[in-house]
Design a protein around this ligand. Sequence first.
Ligand SMILES: [Zn+2]
Ligand SMILES: [Zn+2]
Length: 370
Amino acid sequence: MKIKGAVLRDTSKPYSMEELELDSPHEEEVLVKWLYTGYCHSDLSNLKGRTMMKLPLVAGHECAGVVTGIGKGVKKFKEGDKVVGTWMVPCGHCPECRKGMGNICSGNFDAFVGGTMLDGTSRIKDFRGETVLHGNFVSGFSDYTIVPEGGLVKIANDIPLDWACLMSCCVPTGWGTVTKAANVKPMDSVALWGMGGVGQNTLRAAAMRGAYPLIAVDVEESRREKAMKLGASHFICNAKEDPIPQILELTNGGCDFVFETCGQVGATEQAWWALRPAGKLMMMGIIPQDQPAKLPLIFSVFHQKDVIGTLYGGVSVQDEIPKLMEMAMTGQLMIDTIIEGYFKLEELNDIAEKMENRELGGRWICKLES
Ligand SMILES: [Zn+2]
Ligand SMILES: [Zn+2]
């Protein structure tokens, strides 16, 4: 069938909007019509060549839609089911999956960065008949796509799909890192760097856990109001002042947990100094792979400071998403505050540019059906 999608062909160029040919679903694969896809900072990192994804690919990984067809052997889905896409598909039998860490499944990692279905091939071709790859299994910036059965989570019918798409990435990443990987407890002191989609969800989760002080740091002063609304006790604009002396004072010597959500070396190196002894620096942003951070690891010994990375919040999103969706519906996750606006697929390059220029103050969601 003919589909339309935003193709990332060359990291020095914008997305190209193309008509593509989509094969039918193979065994244990599902045909999905995406309705909403969020624009995540990792999309921008892929666009700018800061990651390791193979090209050309159909971009987008934070998506929700409806099942419109199923391949042989699909057991969990039927046509009409509302679904959220997941950008990691645990194989279920690699050493990581066996330890309950399907979010870093090594069995399917090559397909994840290689842009294929689980059998190592793609279902998408361009008008020349040449292969186009799948963006992290789900290819969210296309109207229709094929997804492995394990790359979808079914959600209740009464759930708005524009809220649901955020369950694909920024919500579980923030929630999981705060509540599972860090296990923030009431009155733990927390600072977080970055007030993008992941940062805002991290902030909300830490506020729900009763963290105090809860300090949001961002280079944009304009994000103060939203930070306070989502539950921060303090906001510091680190473009205007060095946040470290103030954080050390507010926390009586440093934070129990610091979350780096912006994927920047400078932010990471600054955030390190906000830790108290035995504090943990939780790394969530995707730092460009050619930029190593300079951290004085002597204090990892003398002060027992830790650096801990998490992918997808360190949780099983297949288990967490239905629960998070219910929490979103109660209003606790403040999804309506985190969503800032909507755009059309044709406007994707404008949104990417605005994110690069730090002009977006929250999540922007592509409405794929006009
Ligand atoms: Zn993302
Ligand atoms: Zn695995």
